[in-house]
Design a protein around this ligand. Structure first.
Ligand SMILES: *[C@@H]1O[C@H](CO)[C@@H](O)[C@H](O)[C@H]1NC(C)=O
Length: 260
């Protein structure tokens, strides 16, 4: 009995002091990703490069190119980590990103950088792959959201936006860390740090849908404004973003590239 008590105490100490990094990728591709995706008809690319990185020697470069006519589909160039969370989990998720030096910031155009997503094609409504939480830029402002309610019927989905969180600059590395308690009732929380400053700190909120299936964590360029509303504004139809030091874990330290 005494031995058991000591062991349990030891375990408790271990789990509070020592985090667990559940996934890490130091800017390698194909590396240890579960999957990757480029929409078939696009000229999107995903490459491991060694001329740009946050931590040497490599990062992952994603590009997408606008197709001016005859294409109404999506523009993803993304890498996928399966089983990043399911309802009831708590976790940290982090990545570095860098927009190209000449990135043209266009008001009212959104470019997604990371998302948690799951396949709901088995449900009896129009929903197919649905992102819950997303991180994107709109103009030069960082945005996020969480999605709650029932996935199906789609009218029962609800979205809580977190708008204009920070200003993003081109040609420099930026850090995004997320901490979430993924709950479909009002016991969840959602926090985001951008370049080490806390920009979202919301507690006692719903942070995911009622469906308990696992969500993937994806990073990459998803030029969603080109699909919906469906046009490219500005003059930069070729977009380049680099990603590095992507991680998931149980503590802040596990996902902060400057600490792992
Ligand atoms: C988030 O807000 C809570 C409650 O207001 C506060 O106690 C906590 O310190 C905040 N967290 C961070 C990381 O700032």
């Amino acid at each position: 009995m005494l031995l058991k008590t000591i062991c349990l105490a030891g375990l408790a100490t271990f789990s509070t002091v020592q985090g667990v990094q559940t996934f890490s990728n130091k800017g390698t591709f194909p590396g240890n990703w579960d999957d990757s995706y480029i929409d078939g008809k696009t000229q999107g690319t995903i490459d491991q490069v060694s001329n740009v990185w946050y931590e040497s020697p490599t990062s992952i470069k994603m590009t997408q190119t606008y197709i001016p006519s005859g294409y109404t589909g999506r523009y993803h160039s993304e890498v996928h980590k399966f089983n990043a969370y399911k309802k009831g989990d708590t976790g940290f998720y982090g990545f570095m990103f860098r927009l190209s030096q000449d990135w043209q910031f266009v008001p009212a155009q959104g470019y997604n950088l990371a998302q948690f997503i799951a396949d709901f094609t088995d449900l009896p409504c129009e929903e197919d792959w649905m992102p819950s939480s997303m991180i994107w830029i709109h103009g030069n402002k960082l945005q996020s959201r969480v999605r709650m309610g029932n996935v199906c019927p789609t009218s029962q989905q609800e979205t809580l936006p977190f708008e204009n969180l920070a200003t993003v600059t081109a040609g420099e590395w930026h850090k995004v860390l997320i901490q979430a308690s993924w709950q479909s009732d009002e016991t969840g929380y959602y926090k985001i740090w951008y370049d080490d400053a806390i920009v979202v700190n919301r507690t006692k909120i719903r942070t995911t849908v009622t469906d308990g299936r696992p969500f993937q964590f994806r990073v990459g360029l998803y030029a969603n404004s080109w699909t919906s509303p469906g046009k490219m504004l500005g003059t930069q139809g070729f977009r380049q973003v680099w990603f590095d030091e992507i991680a998931t874990g149980t503590t802040y330290k596990d996902v902060d590239p400057d600490q792992w």
